[in-house]
Ligand binder design. Structure first.
Ligand SMILES: [Zn+2]
Length: 282
């Protein structure tokens, strides 16, 4: 053995040991911040799923993607250290919103579950009701005026649906606004312009989870001006069949200079709030 190799060998072995010990960042594990509140828009393609880690240490999940996304959502929540879900919301009975709810209900202790008072005759919907029943839970009505939390620091309120009957299933969507000190988040489900027009309460938000995957049936210019968001998240799948987000909406967001994130381009996106400012966790 040459002298140089004899010297290099122990160094290489040491480097290999060090490399194995180093906490290499893996993409699968969501990053945690020191911020009091985090909102995770989980990439479930052409579907919807938002995890909210609240400043009072409670957790909220709004929708759970398609049927096939159930496992992805459950794994993501576990990787985030979620042990129970205090508020579970199924915005409306379409598969791309409630599909994975049964898996979530079966996998975690659930505090309160909210869904709008509307039924569909699909297996997906029945699966959710079966999971709810098995767990001994009862579904609370999601509707305007429901207050989930009310304190000077943190308020969680439902702004829609405002009526009992709609033509469009999307308009039954539970719309949720969360304010934490000076910051606010607005989650629209698939609510369309009809529902937007019925909302009388304050809708201002730093972050808007856009309605109906960026379809032009939602997000009127008037409504966007009322929300006046700094950021928008669009839950849309790559090359989806609907052409979401529609050109009108893309142009509108550009016109108002709103920083936009899309599931098809950005994957899962995490926002953090310290009560004063909101930022994207890189
Ligand atoms: Zn949808």
């Amino acid at each position: 053995m040459k002298k140089r190799v004899r010297f290099l060998l122990p160094v290489l072995v040491l480097l290999a040991i060090l490399a194995a010990e180093l906490p290499w960042e893996t993409k699968e594990v969501p990053k945690r911040t020191e911020a009091a509140m985090e909102v995770h828009f989980i990439d479930v393609g052409q579907a919807d799923c938002s995890l909210i880690l609240l400043p009072n240490d409670k957790t909220m999940l709004i929708d759970a993607g398609n049927n096939d996304d159930g496992e992805t959502v459950v794994d993501y929540l576990k990787a985030c250290g979620v042990e129970q879900i205090d508020y579970l919301i199924g915005t409306h009975p379409h598969e791309d919103h409630i599909g994975g709810l049964d898996d979530v209900i079966e996998s975690f202790p659930i505090g309160e579950i909210y869904m709008p008072k509307v039924q569909t005759n699909t297996k997906t919907f029945r699966d959710v009701l079966t999971a709810v029943k098995k767990k001994g839970l009862s579904v609370h009505s999601a509707k305007a005026g429901v207050v989930l939390s009310e304190s000077p620091e943190l308020s969680i309120t439902m702004l829609a649906p405002n009526k009992d009957v709609y033509v469009e299933m999307n308009d039954y969507s539970a719309v949720v606004r969360i304010t934490y000190q000076d910051t606010a988040f607005l989650f629209m489900g698939d609510a369309e312009k009809q529902s937007e027009n019925e909302i009388r309460e304050d809708v201002r938000a730093d972050v808007l989870k856009i309605g109906h995957h960026g379809s032009s049936t939602s997000t009127s210019e008037k409504f966007l001006r009322r929300v006046n968001p700094e950021y928008v998240f669009i839950p849309c799948g790559k090359d989806n069949d609907y052409g979401h987000p529609h050109r009108e909406i893309r142009n509108l967001l550009k016109q108002y200079d709103i920083t936009t994130y899309r599931a098809d381009a950005d994957g899962t996106v995490v926002f953090a709030s310290d009560g004063t400012t909101v930022w994207v966790v890189e």
